[in-house]
Design a protein around this ligand. Structure first.
Ligand code: AHM
Ligand code: MG
Length: 334
């Protein structure tokens, strides 16, 4: 008889004995992230047919143009989690301030941070997109958590992961120390375990970076990427360049096959582009728990003390040896 597929809820329930972190509450939270994924995927599948492409005519708190699908995805997260009962604060890349949910406090101890639609320049051209989430836990004492309560180091995340809207929809997350991937089977509307205990190769053959910015990069970053292109068979070079414009899609490729993603600091923009709380921290947790590394070039991402809700950081993430080599070059040690 064919093996019965492992659904998301069955998997989490079974994990509870092995991993005390994987409580029944996580089961609910991850099921709700899964629901968000189904709803966004449903909109994306029909995006070229219904009137949801293009921009809203507004810019967000970071001064970036807001796509209509950014707003739809953000509203989807809000609608699902406003009713979860487990979450007391929601913060998003698309919202200037966090939203507090006093109706769930203090029973709902979790705080959810998310990038509702990652890679949104891909929306109008039917290319991959993602959504990223980070879950923090409050001790439930005192007043409803204010904005500053979200300024926690990445090591304090209790769960993190992403949804990938590619040729199929995937949910990849880390709870505890392991990373698992589930693929949505649209015919039955269930996420099924497709990638158990993902381990990133120690070294890869792929790099992902927006090389259009090469002349803005610092010399150490330029030197590192130059070296990846040298024709040296014994050293496994040149690397292949693969860049989709969607962090989730690029890091997903690297998580499974190895390699390195860089959105580095620039001469006039040392802080880089990506957001610490919504992008760098959750992706760093997933990649580290799969055996990889994530760095600014000089510091471990998960050790950074956040200072602002929408803080940006340089991000260099992927296979451990590749990230170490990039750090050595950026720090002038190689
Ligand atoms: P977004 O969350 O507003 O879409 O921005 C994040 C995206 C990443 O997914 C991607 O790697 C990067 O920004 C692409 O930026 P660029 O167009 O500068 O290469
Ligand atoms: Mg993003």
């Amino acid at each position: 008889m064919a093996k019965f597929p492992v659904t998301l809820s069955r998997f989490i329930i079974e994990q509870q004995t092995a991993y005390p972190e994987a409580t029944g509450e996580f089961s609910v939270l991850l099921t709700q992230i899964g629901l968000v994924g189904k709803l966004i995927a449903h909109d994306l599948r029909r995006a070229g047919l219904i009137d949801v492409l293009g921009t809203t005519g507004e810019t967000n708190v970071q001064g970036e143009v807001v796509k209509r699908l950014d707003m739809i995805a953000n509203d989807t997260f809000l609608r699902v989690f406003e009713h979860s009962g487990l979450v007391c604060v929601l913060a998003s890349e698309e919202m200037e301030k966090p939203i507090q949910l006093p109706q769930h406090w203090p029973k709902g101890k979790y705080m959810l941070l998310f990038d509702p639609l990652d890679g949104s320049s891909n929306t109008d051209v039917n290319m991959p997109l993602g959504a990223i989430f980070s879950i923090l836990k409050h001790d439930g004492r005192g007043r409803l958590p204010a904005e500053a309560e979200l300024f926690r180091k990445g090591t304090e995340q209790v769960a993190a992961g992403y949804l990938l809207f590619g040729s199929s929809t995937m949910l990849v997350f880390s709870v505890g120390q392991r990373v698992h991937g589930f693929t949505l089977d649209p015919s039955i509307g269930e996420y099924l375990l497709s990638h158990e205990n993902i381990r990133i190769p120690k070294k890869g053959k792929v790099y992902a970076a927006n090389e259009g910015n090469y002349h803005r990069w610092l010399p150490g970053t330029q030197k590192y990427v130059d070296a990846l292109k040298v024709n040296d068979k014994a050293a496994g070079r040149p690397y292949s360049a693969r860049y989709s414009g969607c962090l989730v899609a690029d890091v997903h490729r690297i998580l499974l096959g190895g390699g390195i993603y860089l959105y580095p600091g620039e001469i006039d923009k040392p802080e880089g582009k990506l957001r610490l709380l919504y992008e760098a921290n959750p992706m760093a947790m997933v990649v580290e728990h799969a055996g990889g590394k994530a760095s600014t070039g000089t510091e471990r991402i998960l050790d950074l003390e956040p200072k602002a809700l929408h803080q940006r950081v340089p991000l260099i993430i992927g296979s451990a040896e590749d990230v170490e080599q990039a750090e050595a070059s950026i720090q002038g040690r190689a």
